[in-house]
Design a protein around this ligand. Structure first.
Ligand SMILES: [Zn+2]
Length: 370
């Protein structure tokens, strides 16, 4: 009996010790964040040099984002005392994705702001969004894993140098998972302030906060965001992004968000309620012309297709359906249909969402929503 009491006593002591350890480690971690003030920010203008980024009808992403980055840096340097700005690039040069993150890590920055411009095949889509790091499984194909990872196309030895990212999307380089979770919370808090500024102060369409497996965010060891300031593929938005006033408005919006973030961070009053955060999924809604349907697969080179090129196969309901065209506007899809009907009189319009059949009505509704 006495032995049992003794055993329980030892167990209790061990338990108390564990609780104490837990609290001490929490306090220490919290202190790391609470004591610090924001004194250094890294501004990362995406792409550059041989990598133009997204290309519009009249402009390139690399030029727009550099202009915004320099304006933002200038605002911080002239209007905020005690904050040092580090740039990943100040001219039209190519910087590798990993090196951008390393610049922030080496400099012990408190925050990284990566600035980009978005693009999509659907020219009606516009608006601004802010990305934070995603924690999901990265796609096996690094180039399509994340929207902005395509810059890797311009790098060498990618497979070897980025294998950590592919093997493990939970960043093992940030050993302390507490810090990792905190970084994400702080990134989300900042992202919310940015989107608020975009929406309420400079009239951008608010596409919200998104999470994605982006290399440049993944390799940083501090809170970091990647801002998609607008769509270069939308004529009106490209005009705005190219204009000195548009760039100035965007830079000032990010500046005000940063000023708010720093004030609240330094005072320990940041609010961690980011609201709705979406997992980034490219949404592709398109119209096509269906020319044939068969219970068995047909070779694209078969005479049955009468030499038509650009055919895609869509399996549905146990049948092999063959479609051509990929249009985002109904009028263009109809003219494509009229053209195709010269060879295939029974051809008709269909619609897809990310490669799966949807009704034409549903497609219309979704396209109008965007
Ligand atoms: Zn970009």
């Amino acid at each position: 009996m006495q032995y049992l009491v003794f055993k329980t006593f030892i167990k209790e002591i061990l338990f108390l010790k564990l609780i104490l350890l837990f609290f001490v480690s929490c306090l220490m971690s919290v202190d790391l964040y609470a004591q610090a003030k924001i004194t250094k920010v890294v501004i990362d203008a995406g792409h550059g040099g041989k990598d133009p980024g997204a290309v519009g009808l009249k402009s390139k992403e690399k030029d727009i984002v550099l202009a915004i980055a320099l304006k933002l840096g200038n605002y911080i340097e002239t209007l905020m005392e005690g904050v040092e700005v580090v740039y990943t690039r100040k001219t039209d040069v190519f910087v590798e994705l990993k090196e951008r993150a390393e610049i922030a890590n080496r400099n012990n920055a408190d925050l990284m702001i990566s600035i980009h411009v978005n693009s999509t095949k659907n020219s009606t889509v516009y608006g601004a969004s802010t990305f934070v790091m995603g924690l999901g499984k990265a796609d096996d194909n690094l180039y399509v894993a994340g929207l902005e990872n395509s810059a890797l196309r311009f790098e060498e030895n990618v497979k070897e140098r980025y294998k950590d990212f592919q093997n493990d999307t939970m960043p093992t380089h940030i050993v302390n998972s507490f810090i990792q979770t905190k970084n994400l919370e702080y990134s989300l808090a900042f992202a919310k302030l940015i989107q608020h500024q975009f929406k309420t102060r400079v009239g951008r369409k608010d596409l919200g906060i998104m999470q994605d497996n982006l290399v440049v965010l993944w390799f940083t060891t501090m809170p970091s965001v990647l801002i998609e300031t607008g769509f270069i593929s939308n004529a009106a938005e490209e005009k705005y992004l190219m204009s000195a006033q548009g760039q100035d408005f965007l830079a000032s919006a990010i500046f005000r968000a940063f000023r708010d973030y720093k004030a609240k961070y330094d005072a320990g009053t940041l609010v961690f309620n980011a609201g709705k955060v979406q997992n980034y999924k490219p949404l592709d809604i398109a119209y096509h012309v269906q020319i044939k349907s068969s219970p068995k697969p047909i070779d694209f080179k078969s005479k049955e297709f009468k030499g038509i090129v650009g055919i895609k196969e869509l399996q549905y309901g146990g049948r092999y359906n063959y479609i051509v065209g990929h249009e985002y506007e109904m009028s263009k899809a109809i003219s494509k249909q009229n053209q195709v009907r010269k060879l295939f009189p029974d051809a008709y319009l269909i619609a897809t969402k990310n490669g799966k059949y949807i009704t034409l009505q549903e497609a219309k509704r979704l396209i109008n929503e965007k």
